[in-house]
Write a protein that binds this ligand. Structure first.
Ligand code: ADP
Length: 446
């Protein structure tokens, strides 16, 4: 009851940590995307804005050049046609920008070309001459209208008497451009906001997908440590009990307490094999074991470890049949394959009652070499066929404690087979028992 409660609180704690971790990850992605989009937006906006201003400034520069050089058009402007005093029918300079206006001031700041401004005068009359801004490009706002402007001082030698020796302010209305910039800004903000949201949704799902394998391996690791601790605790408790019991009988001889000593020794052996197995798995997990692969044929199985098993199996009144016929070339780590065979033969012996038969035989299936260890033992239920290769998995826990297993043997066997790029699985041996099939790739070019 307490155990279940503990496990439940542990689970909720874990999912809380996971959620917090996920939230942190999500938050950092959100901020990074925001910074990224913001920077990108500012760069694009500035580029657009500066390119717009650059083209306006270029127009103004052209105007300046044309005024300073050959101001034919301007001449017309200051010498109004007697039939057209307001300059209504004046032909515009084809090069002059559409929305340009030119204001001519004398030294005292008096506007000299009122007449040529037409109805623009009502707006432009508010502009005062500011000599400090000479040759500076400026943005002016007059009665809610925006102008890009530049003031120049025209030399007295200029051909055009209207401009000669005066201040000329070239102005270009930029309301349309400002409107365009504002629209662009709005569109940019909306688009980036939409993409930011899309990026967030995508990254949320991506972060969940990416977290899954991490969570899985984390869960497996925690379970592994929990199971290992549990397995270590049982023999330690037994040894502790036996030792404490012996301490209460200080006058007894070793012979008298032989049973307690032998039980303790058994448990020490169990601990020993458990820690060895744990070490094998841990080393294999962290890929720190050295593998010693060589090209070889399966003959070496026979001498060692198969031969020694004959005596063990026969001594338990069980039959052992060996039927290995094929000799393909395989790339194997011999020691590891021997370890694999010991695990499988040991299990077959352990889970087969007296008078049962244990058999090892081989066959070739396409490009795979298979060796099969079959027994007429208790068999493996369909439900357990995959699970038994998991760590610490035992079908019948009480029975196996007696037979000394920890549920690590087949996990190690699977690791060895995977190291050889092979496959291991269990199937039924009819009418009863099981067959463990190991599939290894054959080296063809040798
Ligand atoms: P154990 O040390 O408990 O034998 P294993 O990993 O070798 O651990 O095996 C896992 C479980 O698979 C065993 O507890 C047993 O229930 C089952 N098993 C393994 N080999 C056989 C077999 N030959 N016949 C029936 N059951 C088996």
């Amino acid at each position: 009851m307490l155990g279940i409660f503990f496990k439940m609180t542990q689970k909720t704690r874990q999912s809380k940590i996971t959620r917090r971790q996920q939230f942190k990850l999500f938050l950092s992605i959100m901020v990074s995307f925001a910074v990224l989009f913001l920077t990108l937006g500012i760069i694009i906006f500035n580029l657009f804005q500066s390119s717009t201003y650059r083209s306006i400034d270029k127009d103004i520069r052209n105007q300046v050049v044309s005024i300073k050089k050959q101001p034919n058009m301007a001449k017309k402007e200051i010498d109004p046609d007697p039939h057209d005093p307001d300059g209504q029918n004046k032909k515009p300079d084809p090069k002059a920008p559409f929305q340009a206006s030119i204001l001519v001031f004398d030294d005292q700041g008096k506007l000299l070309n009122k007449s040529s401004l037409g109805n623009r005068y009502s707006v432009l009359k508010n502009i005062k001459l500011n000599k400090r801004n000479i040759n500076v490009k400026q943005t002016l706002v007059v009665k809610n209208m925006n102008f890009r402007s530049m003031l120049i001082k025209v030399s007295k030698k200029n051909n055009n008497p209207m401009y000669a020796g005066h201040y000329v302010l070239i102005m270009q209305n930029i309301d349309t451009q400002i409107q365009a910039i504002e629209n662009f800004e709005k569109i940019l903000i909306i688009t980036f906001f939409i993409f930011w949201v899309i990026a967030l949704v995508v990254s949320y799902f991506l972060s969940r997908i990416n977290m899954l394998p991490i969570m899985k391996s984390w869960k497996q690791q925690t379970e592994f440590v929990n199971d290992a601790a549990h397995e270590l605790r049982t023999p330690l408790t037994i040894i502790q009990g036996k030792l404490e019991y012996m301490l209460t009988k200080p006058n007894k001889t070793i012979i008298d307490e032989a049973e307690a000593i032998s039980v303790s020794l058994d448990e020490v052996n169990r601990l020993n094999s458990l820690t060895n197995n744990l070490l094998v798995l841990a080393r294999s997990d962290s890929a720190t074991t050295q593998s010693n692969f060589e090209l070889t044929t399966p003959d070496f199985f026979l001498k060692d470890p198969i031969e020694p098993f004959k005596d063990i199996i026969n001594s338990q009144s069980k039959v052992f049949q060996i039927n290995l016929l094929h000799k393909p070339v395989l790339n194997l780590d011999r020691d590891k394959i021997k370890q694999l065979l010991i695990i499988l033969l040991d299990n077959a012996t352990k889970y087969t009652p007296q008078n049962g038969t244990i058999k090892i035989y081989d066959q070739i299936e396409g490009s795979k070499y298979q060796f099969i260890i079959s027994d007429t033992g208790v068999g493996v239920a369909d439900n357990d066929k995959k699970k038994i290769f998991g760590r610490f998995y035992r079908v019948d826990k009480s029975r196996n404690t007696n037979s000394g297993g920890h549920g690590l043997g087949l996990a190690i066997a699977k690791q060895i087979v995977e190291l050889h790029h092979g496959n291991i699985f269990v199937r039924d041996n009819l009418p009863h028992g099981s067959e463990f099939v190991v599939e290894l790739p054959i080296k063809r070019n040798h």
